[in-house]
Ligand binder design. Structure first.
Ligand SMILES: NC(=O)c1ccc[n+]([C@@H]2O[C@H](COP(=O)([O-])OP(=O)(O)OC[C@H]3O[C@@H](n4cnc5c(N)ncnc54)[C@H](OP(=O)(O)O)[C@@H]3O)[C@@H](O)[C@H]2O)c1
Length: 389
């Protein structure tokens, strides 16, 4: 057991009262607001100690002073004693819960759907890092390969009764929808029975750039889902990423492992590929948000890059010269092996963007405090996927 005094800023708030996580490596932080009649706390954040096998829980000598420095920055200063409680592997989650219950610290209980997918995995990792209690929904827990601190639930979003257990007492839900559109309303109704906040991974269908304004069945589905969420009365955040950098894995990685030539349409069409880490960071921010109502974030990577430049960037990072060989739309339909609806959607978008720079926002930096990662950084962190064995 360790005891130490601590005075330090533990969280800052942006203009809309949104919390930015406390700095890393500072141990565990908890902020304490007033418990109100309905059991609400005005704010709490818990961070897991950087040593993997230990958690330390800070609580309370409990002078907590909120200083409103300006409309833009609130600094919370907590003076108190530290209690350190060391736990080990299997007991980690249970011990943390019991310590938290004992000292009345609120930990958000968050359900992540799509937790085994590109963005959801990142959301899970970042939520754990922020000290949340993470639940994950998957149709097959045996294949989920998620960290053991995660509470796994077997369920299918298209069969709402199977997601009931995962939703009980959830403070917020991260919602990824890749299932049939007509199953969404029933799932949402079930979600709304149990939680007050949804963060939806959706798309930038409102953005006035030709790339995002072409016929697109996915965008139509997202529009409808957003409408239903707004009508449900849930507090909501719509996270609208542009093109995922991770598309390069499905589109080009296998080919690059075997060949130096990429045959692809619309080499001069530009996008601003976004790293799934940054999409998740914005989503996590929204999941911790306590403000009522709705918000939306149109997020992109930091640079406009043509598809030709993206392939060249991969080559530079892996140390090979890759050649982009442009093919026409008909060849693309025949060769790329995408479902017809998907390839039509992409060809429409690329052809509309051919002479324009991509739409780029700085929203990731504004929301998270850290600039969006570049495509080259993304390739570096996925280098092995493009390498030859
Ligand atoms: N790719 C892009 O450039 C782009 C851009 C903007 C928006 N988006 C949107 O991003 C979303 C896809 O995100 P992602 O790439 O992270 O997903 P992903 O990697 O395709 O993974 C899909 C996830 O959904 C889960 N899932 C699928 N059907 C389910 C069901 N019936 N019940 C429960 N879970 C189910 C899967 O979980 P299990 O298999 O474990 O059950 C998996 O975790 C889509 O809505 C897409 O429109 C994509």
């Amino acid at each position: 057991m360790v005891s130490a005094a601590n005075v330090g800023p533990i969280a800052t708030f942006s203009p809309r009262g949104r919390r930015h996580p406390a700095p890393r490596g500072f141990g565990v932080y908890a902020s304490f607001g007033q418990r109100t009649a309905d059991g609400d706390h005005s704010g709490s954040i818990l961070r897991q100690y950087s040593q993997p096998r230990a958690i330390a829980v800070s609580f309370v000598g409990q002078a907590s002073f909120r200083i409103l420095a300006s409309r833009y920055i609130q600094v919370w200063i907590t003076a108190g004693s530290w209690l350190s409680s060391v736990t080990h592997d299997a007991d980690l989650r249970a011990s943390r819960e019991s310590v938290l219950n004992r000292y009345d610290v609120i930990v958000k209980r968050i359900l992540v759907t799509g937790a085994t997918g590109t963005v959801g995995r990142q959301v899970v990792a970042q939520l754990l890092d922020s000290g949340a209690h993470v639940r994950a929904l998957t149709r097959d827990p045996d294949r989920a390969e998620l960290p053991r601190q995660v509470e796994l639930f077997r369920g299918d979003l298209t069969a709402p009764e199977t997601i009931e257990a995962s939703l009980r007492d959830a403070d917020a839900v991260f919602l990824v929808w890749t299932a049939a559109a007509d199953a969404f309303a029933a799932a949402l109704a079930r979600i709304a029975q149990h939680t007050g906040r949804v963060v939806l991974l959706t798309s930038p269908h409102k953005t006035p750039h030709p790339f995002f304004q072409q016929p697109n069945p996915m965008a139509s589905m997202h529009k409808n889902m957003e409408r239903l969420i707004c009508e449900s009365g849930l507090a909501s955040t719509f996270v609208r990423p542009g093109m995922f950098a991770a598309n390069a894995l499905g589109w080009w990685a296998a080919r690059i492992r075997e060949h130096d030539v990429i045959r692809w349409p619309y080499g001069d069409a530009a996008t601003a590929p976004i790293d799934e880490h940054d999409i998740a960071a914005v989503a996590v921010h929204a999941l911790f948000d306590d403000s009522p109502g709705s918000a939306e974030y149109m997020i992109t990577g930091p640079q406009s890059l043509t598809q030709r430049e993206q392939v060249a960037t991969i080559g530079e990072v892996i140390g090979r010269t890759l050649r982009f060989e442009e093919i026409g739309p008909d060849d693309a339909q025949r060769e790329l092996g995408f479902p017809r609806a998907a390839i039509d959607m992409l060809l429409n978008a690329w052809s509309a963007a051919i002479t324009l720079p991509a739409y780029v926002t700085t929203t990731v930096a504004q929301v998270t405090g850290t600039p969006a990662r570049t495509f080259a950084e993304w390739v570096r962190s996925h280098k092995q996927a493009f390498g030859r064995a």
